[in-house]
Design a protein around this ligand. Sequence first.
Ligand code: BDP
Length: 725
Amino acid sequence: MIPIRKFYTILLLFLMIYMINLSLKADDGYRLWLKYDKIENEAIRESYKKLIQKTFLIGNSSVMQVVENELSMALHGLLGQPLLHNNDLTQNTLIIALENDLPSAILDREKYATSLTGDNFSDQGFVIRTIRKSAVTYTVITARGESGLLYGVFHFIRLLQTCQDIDNLNIKSSPKIKHRVLNHWDNLDRTVERGYSGFSLWDWQKLPDYIHSYYIDYARANASVGINGTVLNNVNASPQILTPLYLKKVAALADVFRPYGIKVYLSIRFSAPIDIGGLKRADPLDSEVRQWWADKAAEIYELIPNFGGFLVKANSEGQPGPQDYGRTHADGANMLAEALKPHGGVVMWRAFVYDNKVKEDRAKQAYNEFVLLDGQFNDNVLVQVKNGPIDFQPREPFHPLFGATPKTSLMMEFQITQEYLGFSTHLVYLGTLFKEVLDADTYVRDMGSTVAKVIDGSLHGHSISGIAGVANTGTDRNWTGHIFAQANWYAYGRLAWDHTLTAEEIARDWIKMTLSRDDDIVNPILEMMMESRENTVNYMTPLGLHHIMGWDHHYGPAPWIKDKPRDDWTSVYYHRANEEGIGFDRTETGSNAVSLYAKPVRQKFSSLETCPDEYLLWFHHLDWTYVMRSGNTLWDELCYRYYDGAERVTRMKEAWNDLQDKIDDEIYNHVKQMMIIHEKEAIWWRNACVLYFQTFSGLPIPTDLVRPDKSLEYYMNLSFPFAPK
Ligand code: BDP
């Protein structure tokens, strides 16, 4: 018999070991990429400690408080050392101060003043530089504005997290785009349109009195990648958001986000003057309506002095707008712009407009409408354009509006939430998608007129610029449903700050900050991420196919969707498969949407010789027996792509399984389970699409590929009444 005391001692010991193990091996993903776990490599840790013996932080505003807290957490976690204040500068010191506050006794302020200027160097930019004076080393983070210091400190922390050399730093960084915002499609009842990670983060019922601590972590995460704005509510907006009750709640969130350099914006419903204002009309040229908006803007700024502005979805998918009164998008946008102008706010007016009644290829409609309005928008209006001309598909060519409106500031709208890319169960790294679009050459001013240069304002000399990402966050403990979906939020932010970064370097940083710093682990994960989007395109919509997903909820494949009230919401409208062939002819012989691009782009996409395989069926309708570059017929190529995409998901799953015991157990198991769903759904996409298209081609699936084990009817009869939408 073990004596009772001894029994309890042993039990306690076991419990302690269990708890320690749990804390070491159980990561629920809540900390995102801001994990400050101790750097395992002692030599690196010690070298950092030597350089950051002391910290001299000048200033005590709320922003500087945030800077200090973050740095203190990071040093404590990564190095196991507290932030030690000291201003005598006799030891190696990390100095954080605005340019004007730099201790001039040691540092040559002049030098900093010049390095903080130059080509479009913004107030939000920063410099990090190593200075040596006799035996002492100073690592200086400085900026012209406080938010610059915040971004500089997060950059510095990232260097530590990813174990970079910090001995001789000479970094100068400034955001290329001014407004870098997240768009939350969050409703006031806390459901999230196209949200796959729980409910809305905003607890409207408890606001303004109750501030969840996760609001702060949300702000930290955004600030760490340079995101400086958040549109809190759905573009399909409830007018209620503009009522005094809700504005107070919005103001409470704005207060939380302010020290993190984040402004709040609101989506508005164009008919709000009628819905909540008691007016009879919302005509943008009506003086009463204009006054209503001017008063509303003043009311908002009274509560939120740094309010960002409005995001507007108007005359799109049933939303009210200026066209209800025979006015244009410019009339509507300018009315709001005027109301916001005295307070410094901007209007983000969406170009996502198309009309089933207009008998024109949907890919042309937004262009046709907005090109005519070029030059008519006020200078605080940004027209927000989705990356492609249809709707956030796995792959689209860039939107022809980019570059086509030199007098209008266009902003980019990406979708981070994976509405069309497998919800939150498919591992799809979107860094490569974002880059593909940003790097696309519009050729509107010769070679090198990239989409990135259009939206950062440099191509046409605009002083305001913006980029938006439809958020993938929710109340799930890991924020985004799938741990790897965090990487898409992260990559969006990093590219919004600097679109010249590569998708690969961003992914590498993310892995190191989130999963492991060990190259043997980083490399296989990087490989998975880098090919994941292309695989997804292949098992969903290869060769330029698009919009063949499930009806309404958009879950899974449904190329058979037809006979709905709107043609442009069906799948058959887009793939146009028949006995002869497949694809949407957008060349001269078809809708001629290709003509909307500048000549070199138009020529490239029009000619079968030069049109990349990736966009083939986007622009061309081709016979099933058309011979591809690979030598395969179109039908065989389509099958091979579908199979290859799915096959690679299986390989990705296996590669993940090889990581067992090498990374945190909880994360490992989470992703492992997701991978099982991912593989199942990739095969579902492949089988359903190949079987469906075979009904037109009448050709056999190449003999080296396995036959789908279920019938087309089986797939067509699946239904998902409660799929999120
Ligand atoms: C579509 C979504 C829909 C959005 C719309 C938009 O399915 O939920 O409201 O885009 O961007 O892709 O307005």
